[in-house]
Design a protein around this ligand. Structure first.
Ligand code: NAP
Length: 329
């Protein structure tokens, strides 16, 4: 099969490899669509806890080709989306139901081979069934949407709240849609005119810089989602929140990177700084939201590419018109 493998930090290749064989409890999935995520670029640069050599790709959908020993939950031909995060179920965090904080957490496409390949073998309980009317292309966005759903659960916007989103990538634009669905007034800050147009079509206000946001909402936002994953916007986020407001950091900064915050300001304005990490128990809801059309995937898919284009795409920052690139062949 064709596989896009991170050999070591900074070295990603697409090459022929043997087809994987599903082990006991696993499914073998023929990958239909796999999204390129900001985290794949972080992994290439060694900024996230990956485990090379590994086939990248943790946002993908496909059709079950075969099942391993003991699997009765799935059969060949089933349409599925991969929920990549595998919790141990036995550590103190898992026993408290905090599976995304599992002490032994591993992920398909991060620590074990993922979906930038013709086939992927992974645990059957991580292959979530898809309704017939949800396309496999749209289903490839279930994982990033599930992460954003967790961020929304953490931020808990109320109808009428003013919600600001920093960063207009797919994560920012999915948070925009979810906050609109929750009845909030939403302002996306993104430097890209093309991304502003997409967000406006999805019902958001948009601006190019946080400075302009201060003029539009002088008291600040009830809730700020940091979805850029850069130190500058993480540092700016608390100052953009209103008195008593909340900030949810969704973006990933490089391990060891530090950002200055002013605790006095957080204290006297009671700004609540929260973190949202991956997708605990949210991916089935994400699939339902995509299937119902309440969340739209199509406007966010700006390009479909073949696997051979992956090395070049991962090595470059996303272009200003790029939101989600799907690998479909
Ligand atoms: P992306 O497509 O690369 O988008 C990031 C956006 O950040 C860009 O569109 C850009 O927006 C903005 N940005 C980049 N540099 C900036 C700067 N210097 N100043 C201001 N804005 C800047 O990434 P994504 O897939 O949407 O993911 C966003 C972040 O979320 C990444 O860090 C990713 O790793 C992380 N993530 C976290 C989770 C989680 O569980 N917490 C899950 C998935 C992804 P403009 O150019 O439009 O301004």
């Amino acid at each position: 099969m064709q596989a896009g493998r991170l050999l070591e930090v900074g070295q990603f290749v697409v090459r022929e490899e043997p087809d994987p064989v599903p082990g006991p409890g696993e499914v073998l999935v023929r990958v239909a669509a796999a999204g390129i995520c900001g985290t794949d670029r972080h992994l290439l640069r060694g900024e996230f806890l990956g485990k090379p050599p590994v086939i990248l790709g943790h946002e993908f959908s496909g059709i079950v080709e075969a099942v391993g020993e003991g699997v009765t939950s799935h059969k060949a031909g089933d349409r599925v989306a991969c929920d990549p995060n595998i919790a141990c179920g036995a550590c103190p965090s898992c026993l408290k139901g905090r599976i995304n904080l599992c002490e032994n957490l591993s992920a398909v496409g991060v620590h074990r081979d993922g979906g930038f390949a013709t086939f992927s073998a992974f645990p059957a309980h991580r292959a979530l069934p898809l309704p017939d009317h949800l396309s496999l292309h749209d289903a490839a966005l279930a994982e990033p949407l599930a992460c954003c759903l967790h961020a929304l659960d953490i931020g808990a916007p109320r109808p009428g709240d003013r919600v600001m989103v920093l960063g207009g990538g797919v994560i920012g634009l999915l948070c925009v849609q979810l906050a609109r669905l929750a009845g909030a007034e939403v302002l996306l800050i993104t430097r890209s005119a093309q991304r502003r147009r997409i967000a406006e079509d999805l019902g958001a206000l948009t601006l190019a810089t946080p400075e302009e946001a201060g003029r539009l909402w002088p008291r600040g936002a009830d809730l700020v989602f940091e979805c850029a994953g850069v130190a500058e916007t993480v540092a700016q986020a608390p100052g953009l929140a209103a008195r008593g407001g909340r900030v949810v950091i969704v973006g990933v900064l490089a391990r060891g990177e530090k950002v200055a915050v002013e605790p006095f300001d957080l204290l006297v304005r009671e700004v609540d700084l929260r973190m949202a990490f991956v997708n605990p128990f949210t991916q089935s809801r994400a699939i339902d939201l995509l299937a119902s059309g309440a969340i739209k995937a199509a406007p966010l898919v700006t390009r479909e590419v073949g696997r051979e284009e992956l090395p070049r795409i991962l090595a470059e920052p996303p272009g200003p018109a790029e939101v989600k690139v799907l690998v479909t062949s």
